[in-house]
Ligand binder design. Structure first.
Ligand code: HEC
Length: 129
């Protein structure tokens, strides 16, 4: 009987550990509201953090208001995959995991909240909403 208890304590601890690991991962990015809006939530981030470099006088894609959506969606097919933030290269770039070293913005990363909003917007279908 004692042995059986030890085994259940062991299994319990393993399950608890597994749950903690998972929590830790989930904590990486804050939870954001549903129905993220491109116009209200995403464009202001792009205008403030990206359009200084991403404009016609500088580098593509053009991320200014009025141009960013089309310009982001017509680019690299893997760049944004609607509904699949995990597969979207843009998320790798924002999370400093870009394979070609194209982390964006190049110097200071976006705040976790801004990254979470963009991730949610992609997972909700990357709509022009
Ligand atoms: C300080 C200037 C600067 C800022 C700020 C900046 N970028 Fe960039 N970005 C660049 C440059 C330069 C390139 C071209 C890199 C290359 O082709 O090697 C680039 C390339 C890109 C590309 C295309 C990558 C490819 O594979 O062709 C995307 C998408 C991008 N940036 C998104 C963003 C986003 C989103 C932001 C804001 C969160 C941002 N960038 C902020 C300078 C900047």
């Amino acid at each position: 009987m004692k042995k059986l208890m030890n085994v259940s304590v062991l299994i319990g601890s393993v399950l608890l550990l597994a749950a903690c690991e998972n929590d830790k991962f989930e904590e990486d990015l804050p939870v954001v509201k549903d129905n993220v809006s491109f116009a209200l939530d995403i464009q202001p981030i792009l205008s403030a953090e990206c359009a200084g470099c991403h404009n016609p006088a500088n580098v593509e894609p053009d991320l200014r208001k009025g141009y960013a959506y089309a310009s982001l969606m017509e680019g690299d097919e893997e760049g944004i995959i609607p509904g699949d933030s995990e597969g979207s290269e843009l998320m790798e770039m924002l999370q400093r995991e870009s394979e070609d070293g194209n982390n964006m913005p190049p110097s200071t990363p976006l705040s976790p909240l801004k990254i979470a909003l963009i991730k949610k917007w992609i997972d909700e279908g990357a709509l022009d909403n």
